[in-house]
Design a protein around this ligand. Sequence first.
Ligand code: DX5
Ligand code: ZN
Length: 226
Amino acid sequence: MDLPRAPRINPSILAADFVNMQADLARIATADFAHVDVMDNHFVPNLTFGPQMVERIQATSPIPLDVHLMITDPERWAPEYAEIGAASVTFHLEAAADPVALARRLRDIGSRAGVAVKPGTPVESLFEVLDEFDQILVMTVEPGFGGQSFMPETMPKLRSLAEEARRRGSSVWLQVDGGISDSTIEYAAAAGADTFVAGSAVYGADDIEAAVTRLRDLARAGSLEA
Ligand code: DX5
Ligand code: ZN
């Protein structure tokens, strides 16, 4: 599969209409990946969908899936999402017993492997193992809900990951998720993000295709400031 080039815009279907999912997936056909938030009401205080629903989303989506697992015991569940055919599966560092081993399993099955960190989680432990992952997701809100405000205090962490990746010649993608909009995306791009999740900023727009294009243009402008 040809991978989309940076900057990548991944609309979060958490902001879609769950009973009109097919139509709402069709509306993001010009974006890069459909971001699928799996929540278990345990790792986060909210509940969305599981493998059965994600399998139907996979079969219906015009673009590849970027699955974000906000669940405990990802060792038990993450491989199933890779087997369904998700292009990318991201689990939380805070929840994984052995993140590198899990990433290797996901890659073996054939998906990209991502690891996510909550706003308060340090990232230094990832420096030595950057290339074990295809994507590092720096949460820019506390995971659990859409529509929250971007937390600028997460940017130094993103900058340190971007610097480390550059130093090591790593091609790992740096993703941000939470509160990404026309007014914050340039800032995150300037700090080193190349992959952007946006829920309310995309699905809340009157013209979704135009919103995706505008976010991509703003991210491109921001990355030039980096
Ligand atoms: C939050 C989810 C996000 C959420 C983002 O826990 O991981 O993907 O959908 O929503 P917005 O873009 O509205 O902040
Ligand atoms: Zn997410």
